[in-house]
Write a protein that binds this ligand. Sequence first.
Ligand SMILES: Cc1ncc(COP(=O)(O)O)c(C=O)c1O
Length: 371
Amino acid sequence: MTVPLLDLRAQYDTIKDDVLAALMEVIESQHFIMGESVPRLEGAIAGLVEAKFGIACASGTDALLLPLKALHLEPGDEVITTPFTFFATAGAIANAGGTPVFVDIDPETFNIDPAAVEAVITPRTRAIVPVHLFGQMAAMERLLPLAERHGLAVIEDAAQAIGARRRMDGAWRHAGAVGTVGAFSFFPSKNLGAWGDGGMMVTSDASLAERLRRLRVHGGAKQYHHDEIGINSRLDTLQAAILLAKLPYLTAWTGARRAHAAAYTAAFEELPDVAPPVVDGANEHIYHQYTLRVPRRDGLLKHLKERGIGCAIYYPRPLHLQPCFEPLGYRDGQLPETERATAEVISLPVYPELSEAARDTVIAAVRGFYQ
Ligand SMILES: Cc1ncc(COP(=O)(O)O)c(C=O)c1O
């Protein structure tokens, strides 16, 4: 039995009627730009995460770029982030005119280490961009006081964490709605994926929401009148309609991901070599990825691939050692936990439609390699 890493076709089969009907409505209306599905989706996502405002945009990358542009970074302004993430997190910082400052991760959760953040804050620091990697939130209750003390914006990269929650001060708080702004991605492989690119910013700051709305349409609140320089980053009405049709399924999909994760973790308990994901006690993980830490990782990757089992390395090369960031002067060995993670992680299929038989096939293959 072969098992893909992700099976969007299987999902399509279960939602086809709802999504196609929603698409046909947009097509009949011919209202492709900022049609009524866009504000409806903005309200729905803001409601889901308990933020006041949602501002849709063209991608998760732009959902990071636009709030960073809103900071009007000057050359030399620093933005602290994690090097263990998808490139967009740091690319957006550089594209907004800032200098990414990379700090090491917590080896258990793979998320940014707040103590390391504190150590690199300088008078040039303007913002922190924590990433809620693989679907569990960073230690926001430790980052927020730092940001407050130093007057920094906190832009949450929640691209992989829609619906994830963290218990803070006795209350559940949603990924994206804790910092100054949260950024979501609707890339097709995400837990809530469009049929193309898409993104969403959320915030509870009314004036910031207004600015972000302007910045996504070339900086103009009124047509042909531009207060500042923005970009063209709207979400297509078609994508918004697809996402609205898919949204009612999200809770069940997350439940299925969590059930797969629990079954994997129980099965791997007997394998001393295999370290299942560690869930921080304050977190509710939504398992965008189910990521193991293992010895002989490349051997396992080859073993699984030879058996037709989808798996992937997120991420094989840390951002501080990417060629494009060479001018920043980071060296091999400088962020050891990140570098160790890039050598040890492997992500397994955890998509909601994964069958029990397929899951058992994955478990047997991992067992076969280590036993
Ligand atoms: C952590 C992270 N940040 C940002 C992005 C960028 O999102 P997009 O691909 O929608 O531009 C992604 C996903 O691709 C991501 O995983």
